[in-house]
Design a protein around this ligand. Structure first.
Ligand code: PLP
Length: 407
């Protein structure tokens, strides 16, 4: 008789965003006259840069003519895009990465979720707490996580708490962590990492023969010159780290879908190249990303594209500043927001994350994301995002301050 993958059954249903949506819907039904402002969304709202639109239009035209039509493309991505990535994101910044170390995909979610395919089930996994849930759930699916308890989480996962006490940065685990997921700037805490701090991780991984799975989906938001945009700015990282990047938050591609993963050829375990394994995995399981989308992504690196992207990022950064400064001024304890679109707020008056959510919705008609939804160490915190319009962001901050200073 057929047996299913029992690991999927072990996964608790993910209620976070469903519960939020239900509460907001109920509130709106009960108070139709109130305008609810959403600072909970992790999705961008600014339209795509004009140069990206033009490039995709041109590419669509090419597809309509037999002389320029293209069918299946290279699984790892067209060379024009891998070249542009290498030149702009790496070589131009003094990092030697070759196009054949780049794998273009439809998203950092797919890549961070699928990367586990090339690693053994017995490896130990370390994640930050709070965490982007994809890293944990995909390891549950793969059978690496052990058993779940609401009290302690997954028995085999090494959780690295990121709290105020440690500056929201994970500490090196005493146990042997084989697969270490790091995300900087971080979702949800909004915290960035300095080079010297990241170097500790590279040294740990090199010493213990671990791999660092480095999610840099938010690197475009870094403002601090001491913060690396790529883990390969750290000496030795090419021998121990895989890097994930995305056009989603950088260039507004959340709906278009394009990202890439970097696996240096130097990254080998027992003489086996991870670049080769990932290439084999990808070419077996996917047929690449649409030509039109890759032309759009290439345009992100044109002079006009770069300017437009910078403008969009600056818009969100300004929103982040409005939230951070506004709430800090009013006496809230706020973190992140400087090198990230996310603001991590300590809930006032020792409220739990969900209690604060309910009060915020009721009193200010503002929606955010309860920190406890990202892990146990997120309890007592709350995530706000800078992805709404500046008008709505200002209005939301005013409402929060008014509601809570009158409390
Ligand atoms: N990694 C992190 C940390 C994210 O927060 C997100 C999206 O919110 C992603 C990856 C997903 O990126 P993509 O849209 O490229 O799949």
């Amino acid at each position: 008789m057929l047996k299913i993958n029992e690991n999927f059954v072990k996964l608790p249903a993910s209620y976070l965003f469903v519960d939020i949506a239900k509460k907001v819907q109920l509130f709106s039904q009960q108070h139709p006259e109130k305008e609810v402002l959403r600072l909970g969304i992790g999705d961008v709202t600014r339209p795509l840069p004009k140069s990206v639109i033009q490039a995709m239009k041109d590419a669509a035209e090419e597809m309509g003519s037999s002389a320029t039509f293209r069918g299946y493309g290279p699984e790892a991505g067209y060379l024009f895009l891998r070249d542009a990535i290498c030149k702009n994101d790496y070589q131009g910044k003094g990092i030697e990465i070759d196009p054949d170390e780049i794998f273009v995909s439809d998203g950092a979610k797919s890549d961070t979720g699928n990367i586990g395919d090339i690693f053994d089930r017995e490896n130990t996994v370390a994640v930050c707490d709070p965490v982007y849930p994809v890293y944990v759930d995909t390891n549950v699916m793969a059978g690496r996580a052990g058993d779940y308890s609401a009290y302690a989480g997954w028995s085999k996962i090494i959780y690295m708490p990121c709290k105020k006490e440690n500056g929201f940065l994970p500490e090196l685990p005493e146990e042997n962590a084989d697969m270490i997921y790091l995300c900087f700037p971080n979702n949800p805490t909004g915290m960035g990492i300095h080079k010297d701090e990241l170097k500790k991780w590279v040294d740990y991984a090199l010493e213990r023969h671990s791999v660092i799975l480095y999610d840099a989906a938010y690197e475009a938001f870094i403002t601090d010159p001491e913060m690396p945009h790529s883990i390969y700015e750290i000496e030795g990282a090419k021998k121990c780290a895989i890097e994930f990047r995305s056009f989603s938050k950088t260039a507004g591609f959340t709906g278009v879908r394009c990202a890439f993963t970097v696996i240096p050829k130097e990254l080998t375990f027992n003489g086996i190249s991870l670049n080769r394994l990932w290439g084999r995995r990808q070419s077996t399981k996917m047929n690449g990303v649409s030509y039109i989308v890759q032309r759009g992504a290439e345009a992100v690196y044109s002079e006009k594209g770069k300017r437009e992207v910078r403008e969009n990022i600056a818009y969100y950064q300004n929103n982040a500043k409005i939230i951070l400064n506004g709430l800090a001024h009013a006496g809230f304890e706020v973190y992140g927001g400087v090198n990230s679109p996310y603001i991590w707020l300590k809930t006032p008056e020792r409220l739990s994350s969900w209690e604060f959510f309910d009060l915020l919705l009721e009193k200010a008609n503002v929606v955010g994301t309860p920190g406890s939804g990202f892990g146990q160490a997120g309890e007592g915190y709350f995530r706000l995002t800078s992805f709404n319009t500046t008008e709505n962001t200002k209005e939301a901050v005013e409402r929060i301050i008014k509601s809570f200073s009158a409390a």
